[in-house]
Design a protein around this ligand. Structure first.
Ligand code: SF4
Length: 412
């Protein structure tokens, strides 16, 4: 389901933009539709009120929790409990296996300090050799509402204040849906724009759309409303450009533009060596790393958010001193953060993560050269494997169960 289609459906039920926004805000923030002096039961038009239970059931069915690893937060939290849990030190990393309405599965990862990593596709066409998600290629795209539904599901468990689009899938291959989800989360979803992190392996379409968003001039806002690109939108300034506060006018065909929201950018580099990069990321666009860094840098300087470079560290593959020297050449003086992600073991792959000492030494060396570097845990080593592994195991279990059922039926 796409958010634009949902908006159209609400419009067909007599909703004005203010009704759509209040409903989408309530859904994406897991909060009441009521406002002081304006309860939903008198605010929403009658046709929408009548359809609301059905719409809510459909939204709930977009993403359901199949399992959580480790199984620490098994009960949905009340709003009060979520508030108490906000930024608590107890926030542990947990991987969620999520079932979509058609039975397909994706993964989200709850990260410390209110972070959430979401999937944008079922499977992935890039086929990185160290990643389980790309093993079977792309199975299907996620609709923008399915991407936001992962945030909603996570928010029923704990507070979410940052969303990174780095789960299963390459966002560039599903850009309209990803940008639509970003727009909703950055306007109605109460996520600060710099806390929406769009990740890519380096696809020109991403750079082009992001730069378009920077040069796009929003239509005049309704009186009293402004769009602040750097902070969380408030109740009044969460309007999307060209979206009258409460009228049936305006353009129904909202573009999947991010004119109203400027996300931060993450670039999955993994190596500076073109030949090795082709081997590690077989279907990534063939763009020289210097050009990728240059394009990312322009966007970073324009938005004021540093580029987050992602580097999955694999022993003997991309952890050499030569790589370190080339990273320094490439990123020194750039508005950049290097995130080293130690490789997580994947069934059937012989790759290994470097030793803890080597990982620390690499981060230390870059920091010493003025390139801010940190080591990120990809939430895999201690919780049921790397990205895509939970889904792959669940799919395999389901396949074996269905084979056994088939054999039993054949025998009967
Ligand atoms: S690492 Fe990302 S881009 Fe590469 S195959 Fe996995 S999901 Fe796709």
């Amino acid at each position: 389901m796409r958010i634009s289609h949902l908006r159209q459906r609400l419009y067909d039920l007599g909703a004005k933009p203010c009704h759509e926004d209040r409903l989408l805000r309530g859904w994406s923030q897991v909060c009441s539709y009521d406002r002081k002096g304006s309860p939903a039961e008198t605010f929403f038009p009658l046709a929408l009120r009548n359809e609301l239970p059905g719409i809510e059931a459909e939204l709930d069915g977009l993403a359901r929790l199949k399992s959580e690893h480790p199984d620490t937060l098994t009960l949905p939290l009340s709003q009060g409990e979520r508030e108490l849990n906000r930024h608590s030190d107890n926030e542990k990393v947990a991987r969620l296996l999520i079932e979509l309405h058609d039975g397909q599965m994706v993964e989200s990862v709850l990260l410390p300090r209110g972070g959430l990593c979401v999937s944008t596709q079922v499977g992935c066409a890039v086929g990185c050799v160290f990643c389980m998600s790309g093993r079977d290629g792309l199975l299907r795209q996620l609709g923008s509402a399915e991407i936001v539904a992962q945030v909603v599901l996570a928010r029923k468990r704990r507070a979410v204040s940052k969303v990174v689009f780095m789960g299963m899938g390459e966002p560039a291959h599903n850009l309209d849906n990803v940008l639509e989800a970003i727009e909703l989360l950055g306007t109605q979803g109460n996520i600060g724009h710099k806390n929406l992190v769009l990740s890519t392996v380096g696809d020109l379409r991403v750079f082009e759309r992001l730069m378009e968003g920077l040069t796009h001039k929003p239509s005049p806002q309704p009186s009293g409303g402004t769009t602040d690109h750097s902070t969380r939108p408030s109740e009044n300034n969460g309007q999307v450009a060209g979206h009258p506060a409460c009228g049936r006018g305006g353009n129904r065909e909202r573009q999947s533009s991010i004119a109203a929201v400027k996300p931060a950018l993450a670039l999955s580099l993994h190596t500076t060596d073109e030949v090795l990069r082709t081997r590690l990321l077989p279907q990534a666009p063939r763009i020289p790393v210097e050009e990728l860094v240059e394009r990312a840098e322009i966007y970073a300087r324009a938005t004021g958010y540093p580029v987050q470079y992602q580097w999955t560290l694999i022993e003997g593959v991309n952890d050499s001193d030569a790589e370190l020297a080339r990273i320094v050449q490439l990123l020194k003086g750039k508005y950049a953060i290097m995130n080293f992600i130690p490789f997580n073991e994947v069934d059937g792959l012989t790759y290994r993560r470097p030793s803890g000492e080597r990982i620390a030494a690499m981060a230390y060396a870059l920091n010493g050269q003025g390139i801010y570097s940190r080591v990120r845990d990809s939430a895999g080593q201690e919780i049921e494997g790397a990205c895509g592994q939970l889904r792959a195991r669940a799919a395999k279990t389901r396949e074996s169960a269905s084979n056994i059922r088939g054999q039993i039926l054949q025998r009967a």
